[in-house]
Design a protein around this ligand. Sequence first.
Ligand SMILES: O=C1O[C@H](COP(=O)(O)O)[C@@H](O)[C@H](O)[C@H]1O
Length: 234
Amino acid sequence: MRAEDLDWHRFADSHKLADALASQIASDLNQALGERGSASLAVSGGSTPLALFNALSSIDLDWSRVTVLPVDERWVDEDDAQSNSRLIRQQLLRECATAARFISLKHPTSQPQAAQEACNARLATLEQPLDVVVLGMGLDGHTASLFPDAPELADALASTRCCHALSPASQPTARMSLTPALLNAARRRVLHIEGEDKRQVLDAVLADPQALRYPIAMALTAEAAAPLQIYWAA
Ligand SMILES: O=C1O[C@H](COP(=O)(O)O)[C@@H](O)[C@H](O)[C@H]1O
């Protein structure tokens, strides 16, 4: 696959991107509510989605029938500044979106490996496939918490379950990540990246799409349920 074969949505800045992506997500969620009575949205953590969360939280839809969950979690307390759950609760589940149901990946175990069964059981209550998945990407090519230097990466990529625990050597905390099996089955799949440096990483991935070196390559598979849309801002 080449960069020009992907479904690119390019924006001059993060705010224009956030407004456009929030409108598309709201439209997808409304369609799901109309067709199935409920909707689901899996979002990334980190710093990139802040403007998106802000734009989405001000959109009026029936959030009480929407389930929101993180695509990954850092194994810290949910009130820790590093917690993706905390970020989503504080920045997305407010204003119009306060009523959304939230599914956390965090469990009270010291390591995520001990919570993998319980986390998979919790996720099994979700209606599948997910309606919308918004992935991010790090400069090392990781997406969700599928890190290139995690010993569990190959197992997570091959898993048929919903989530997998990983311990990336580069990260201060272990992680829980949704798996490609769940992420790639979504009705809408978006990769939200910003900056020239991340665009160059994506170019490198396309030139050498080995999933273990660049875990984001798992999202570029032709076997996914929907094409991957790239939302990029300079
Ligand atoms: O650690 C994480 O990093 C990625 C990328 O984060 P960003 O700060 O570069 O936007 C993120 O997508 C993931 O959810 C998060 O846990």
